[in-house]
Ligand binder design. Structure first.
Ligand code: PRX
Length: 680
């Protein structure tokens, strides 16, 4: 019997006031709608689809699929036969049909307080059309891939929607990734154009993004992939007459060195100035690709998760509307970066599909001070606020004073995403930030799922701190044991899904077999999430964390293999093994064991070099916290590294369990003695 870790009394409910106007106002109603979404999906999603514009409508079942690899190729098809355009649905439909042209789409808030811009739906539509014409003039066609490597500026949204407007496939690479990572992603997706910016500030730190982009393009050239078109937005080194696109930046940085290669580089502003602001959308098939987004793969090679147009649009629109209980007078703020799936689904596509008004924030929660988030909440009267547990834990360290300096009385619903939220952080978020007024939607999902799959609905679902609660509409979870048997009632095991929902990924770009192997081979007939999960006696789902070789650092997945291969590329390193070690703010941090080549000695300089090496290969998010010299690694007789033992050493836990399969147990004691950060 699995103990129920959530005591009965620790259950929280949305307020009566919230229930009054909510889209889903009671748990009974949730259950009814859930049943109809499972039993009559055509009707359920068909009604939702009616709110959108279809150039031609679909025929046949709403969803067709095969999840069972033993019966043939895995596929998911949503609204077969329909044609549409997502940028039309997000912009033209809102401006022309719903008459929301003057509604604010984004309040852009720059890194520097006071650096701000308001963009209406009408303005956004014009900018998107202009940039879509620019892309067309550069020869970008339907189906071509376009890499985007930009900071959190409105032009990033413009670039992605311009791609969508002409049927091109965007591949956004988070601006915190290294040149090497960008090169790898450009080459894997065979992009025909790169869009980037000169640079940006992260807090006090100036990032010269163009230098990194140039480095990436040089690497591509060296590897035989010459990409010779790069559109560059001047964000910091701004031209003064640029009033239509962006505000003059407070921290404008005229001295920023922007290397310019006239053979390759094209200026965003000059191109858009010359372009028309009308652009007929490309009418694409429901299953045409919308975007690729790379996520870490357990082999170390990132996978290009591919999402398609119609299903992703309906799913992000519906989850956004119901999970944040979107209302017309809301101001919504998701603090994620658009370079991650959360930003794709819940800054761009979901909110715009609903005609929502959002805050788009370029800066950091701690710059210029730790009150910044709450200052912004008050400035824009934010009513729905969505962030990550790691940000909550970071701010929690500074106590409640910086929060209480601001009123926050506009807040109605709070959300979290990215990793399990520990009860302490949940309670702080609930009690201090939300003043016990605001339900917390703990949304479990993945790059692959496109949108929320396990989540409370704020007015309907009684919340238990730390539980993502119940499935969203159309989602059928199950818990399997190692033999692939479905477990009933309270249980713990592999979290899988039994059938597709509209927003699930369709393939790994360029490698459908890898898609089948990763998600469908282990348990034929199920989509395997890679997460462990517990179901309690009330049917609540509790994510227990990854059960593959993935680490979750500050809500971002990294594969141990990816970091290990960055380490062994250093000439001093013969072998490396990386494990996660719990971290009070980041959730997990990287603890690396390295075995050096014969005759070399470990030093502080080498340690610093190795950390730098990982930063350069992957990006700052992957910087190891600890690197330990490991003259030997604990291995089985067949040579497999026992990571379970390394995890214990990293945490200084002496209870190692069964280590009888270890080839040489003396290495373990040696590693305990050489631990890094003893006492932390
Ligand atoms: O392990 C789960 C964790 O993040 C993983 C997905 O990471 P990624 O594709 O980068 O997308 C993150 C943003 C959607 C999951 O497999 N995860 C995400 N949300 C939660 C979570 N774990 C527990 N609770 C959550 N709410």
């Amino acid at each position: 019997m699995i103990p129920d870790k959530a005591p009965r009394e620790d259950v929280f409910h949305g307020s009566e006031e919230l229930k009054r106007d909510a889209h889903v106002s009671s748990f009974e109603r949730y259950k009814e709608l859930y049943q109809s979404s499972i039993q009559r999906p055509d009707e359920f999603w068909g009604d939702i689809a009616k709110e959108f514009f279809w150039k031609t409508t679909h025929s046949g079942p709403f969803l067709e699929y095969n999840f069972d690899v033993t019966k043939g190729e895995v596929f998911v098809k949503c609204m077969g036969g329909a044609t549409t355009n997502i940028s039309y649905n997000l912009l033209d439909r809102n401006v022309h049909e719903r008459k929301l042209g003057e509604r604010v789409a984004f309040y852009w808030e720059g890194n520097e307080p006071g650096d701000e811009l308001t963009v209406t739906y009408r303005q956004l539509l014009q900018s998107v059309c202009r940039f879509a014409n620019v892309l067309k003039a550069q020869g970008v066609k339907k189906g071509d891939r376009v890499s985007i490597y930009m900071p959190m500026v409105v032009e990033l949204v413009v670039a992605m929607l311009a791609c969508a407007r002409i049927g091109a496939v965007h591949s956004i690479v988070f601006a915190g990734f290294s040149a090497e990572s960008l090169c790898e992603r450009i080459m894997d997706s065979q992009c025909s154009l790169l869009i980037t910016a000169d640079g940006f500030y992260r807090g006090d730190k100036l990032i010269n993004l163009k230098l990194l982009a140039d480095e990436a393009l040089q690497k591509c050239r060296d590897k035989g992939f010459p990409l010779d078109k790069c559109i560059v937005l001047r964000h910091l080194s701004k031209e003064t007459e640029d009033t239509s696109q962006s505000p003059p930046a407070k921290r404008a940085c005229p001295d920023l060195q922007v290397p310019w290669n006239p053979e390759v580089d094209l200026c965003w502003l000059s191109l858009t100035r010359a372009a028309s602001d009308e652009c007929e959308p490309e009418w694409v098939e429901s299953e045409d690709p919308l975007f690729i987004l790379y996520t870490s793969g357990s082999t170390g090679k990132p996978k290009g998760v591919l999402h398609t147009v119609a299903g992703y649009m309906l799913y992000t629109a519906t989850t956004f509307k119901l999970v944040f209980d979107h209302q017309p007078d809301d101001v919504y703020w998701c603090t994620a970066d658009i370079g991650w799936i959360t930003g794709h689904s819940y800054i761009t596509y979901g909110p715009l599909a609903n005609g929502a008004t959002s805050v788009l924030f370029e800066g950091l929660p701690t710059y210029p001070d730790v009150s910044r988030m709450w200052e912004i909440v008050d400035k824009y009267h934010v009513s729905k606020f969505y962030t990550a547990p790691t940000a909550i834990r970071l701010l929690m360290k500074y106590g409640s004073e910086p929060v209480k300096k601001f009123k926050r009385d506009s807040l109605k619903i709070l959300g979290t995403v990215g990793e399990p939220i520990n009860p302490e952080a949940w309670h702080w978020y609930y009690n201090v930030v939300g003043e016990k007024r605001c339900p917390i939607v703990d949304t479990f999902w993945q790059t692959e799922t496109g949108g929320h799959v396990l989540t409370p609905l704020p007015a309907a679902t009684p919340m238990k701190p730390g539980s993502a609660t119940f499935p969203f509409f159309g989602v059928v979870p199950a818990i399997l044991n190692e033999s692939g048997e479905e477990l009933e009632g309270p249980s713990e095991g592999y979290l899988v899904f039994k059938q597709p929902w509209p927003g699930v990924m369709r393939t790994v770009f360029g490698n459908h077999q890898r898609f089948e192997t990763i998600y469908f081979k282990k348990f034929p007939g199920y989509y395997v999430t890679g997460d462990g999960c517990r179901r309690d006696k009330d049917g609540y789902y509790w994510i227990t964390g990854r059960i593959d070789d993935m680490l979750n650092v500050s809500g971002h997945l990294l594969s141990t293999a990816e970091v290990e291969s960055a380490l062994v590329e250093h000439e001093a390193v013969a072998e490396a093994a990386v494990v996660g070690r719990p971290h009070p703010v980041k959730g997990e941090s990287l603890y690396c064991f390295v075995t050096l080549n014969d005759g070399l000695t470990f030093s502080r300089t080498l340690e610093a070099e190795l950390k730098q090496q990982v930063r350069e290969k992957i990006g700052a998010i992957a910087t190891p916290d600890f690197i330990q010299n490991a003259p030997g690694l604990p291995k089985t007789r067949s040579g497999k590294i026992m990571r379970r033992v390394l995890r214990k050493i990293a945490c200084d836990e002496r209870d190692l369990g069964d280590i009888s399969t270890l080839a040489d147990s003396s290495v373990v004691e040696q590693l305990f003695q050489n631990r890094c950060g003893a006492g932390v």
